[in-house]
Ligand binder design. Structure first.
Ligand code: G3I
Length: 355
């Protein structure tokens, strides 16, 4: 039962937020009485045997509006960018795990689980790496994976070992610096190095655009099927789920894709979910209602798939979403710029409660 309580905290939040929230987005009307004390999402997720998480940035962990929502609703933490190579390896000879450790320490102090993200991704490579020869890149690649996985050994539940290695059209592997200089085997090698450095961590392949049944998801399936067949230590696949409410992947396709991955013996996660609404016609309220329906139906697909064991949203609130920089003003997440629950939150709650 959702408790709608106007508290002093809520009044303070509204006052504080009106001073410093990001200007770009349109502030969403809140359909029900504003409340920051809606039932915890993580309790509903736990009832269905799942973790529910959010991508976080260390800079926001000092903001009580942010941490109030984060602590209350989520139990699975992904560093949005601060455990990536471009952040930890800015210079060739120094590794900086400071920000990642701040996030990990925050999570551990609150009994949250941690997903490491991401060991190898062409989207986050230190600038000095691109100039390396093939042999120099091989040793840098191996040292990075070994030292990062060892640094967080025993602290992370899982790692996104390789991120976005498949071409968007599904024609093959993406032509990244890793593939160019290390060959196609870089993917299997990354998983083997990660397993060696942290034998307990669950190891995931993570990608976008392959959530339903598409040419890209077929290629991702082929990739992980071959890894499993070769005995490469892979435990799961992350379906990022960055979607538009105007044309989301069909639920039936997502379910079939999850099932075929599960039939390989793999776990599946929804790993980076956000739902853009800017292309949905009508009033903002109408767009948020469509968004609620999309969030509910996609999370319900995960809840119906026994091997889909975690759902992570790519941010805590609309006040801090990467979508702004990539697509412009939008309202993609479960909480609005004032950290108040949107219709989308209630849709996800209904999905976890199998309503
Ligand atoms: O916070 C610093 C700021 O202090 C500094 O002044 C500024 C300029 O250097 O950088 C800011 O950090 C940026 C950070 O986003 C927060 O805005 C980083 O430079 C920037 O690289 C980082 O981008 C992240 C991006 O991955 C690259 O790592 C996004 O937050 C993050 O949402 C995005 O996430 C990716 C997933 O890892 C993989 N799937 C796609 C997804 C969206 O692109």
């Amino acid at each position: 039962m959702v408790r709608a309580r106007l508290s002093l905290f809520c009044a303070v939040v509204l006052l504080a937020a009106s001073c410093d929230h990001k200007s770009a987005a349109v502030t969403s009307p809140t359909p029900s009485p504003p409340s920051t004390d809606v039932d915890p999402l993580k309790d509903a997720a736990a009832m269905s045997g799942r973790l529910v998480g959010a991508a976080v940035q260390s800079a926001f962990l000092g903001d009580p509006r942010y941490t109030h929502v984060f602590d209350r609703h989520f139990n699975y933490v992904t560093a949005e960018y601060e455990m990536k190579w471009a952040t930890t390896g800015r210079s060739p000879d120094v590794e900086d795990f400071g920000a990642g450790d701040a996030i990990a320490g925050y999570a551990e102090s609150r009994g949250m689980r941690i997903k490491g993200h991401a060991l190898i991704w062409h989207g986050s490579v230190p600038s000095w790496v691109n100039a390396l020869s093939a042999s120099e890149l091989r040793s840098a690649f191996e040292n990075h994976i070994r030292s990062t996985a060892a640094h967080y050994r025993g602290r992370v539940l899982a790692w996104d070992v390789v991120n976005e290695a498949v071409a968007d059209d599904g024609s093959g592997l993406r032509d990244t610096v890793f593939r160019q200089k290390l060959g196609d085997q870089y993917i299997a090698n990354a998983f083997r190095l990660a397993r060696e450095a942290d034998p307990q961590a669950l190891l995931f392949y993570n990608d976008y655009g392959g959530e339903g049944l598409t040419a890209k998801s077929d290629r991702i399936y082929d990739l992980v099927r071959d890894l499993v067949a070769q005995g490469v230590p892979i435990d799961g696949v992350g379906l990022q789920m960055h979607v538009s409410a105007a044309n989301p992947p069909p639920d039936a396709g997502i379910a079939a894709n999850m099932r075929r991955l599960a039939d390989l013996g793999l776990r599946v996660n929804i790993s980076e979910m956000d739902v853009r609404v800017r292309d949905v016609p009508g009033t903002l309220q109408a767009r948020l209602d469509v968004q609620r329906s999309v969030y509910r139906s996609i999370v319900a697909v995960c809840v119906a798939e026994p091997r889909c064991d975690a759902v992570t949203f790519w941010g805590v609130s609309d006040a801090h979403s990467w979508i702004y920089t990539q697509y412009g003003p939008d309202n993609p997440l479960l909480f609005d710029e004032q950290y108040l629950a949107k219709p989308a939150f209630y849709g996800v709650m209904d999905a976890f409660r199998r309503r």
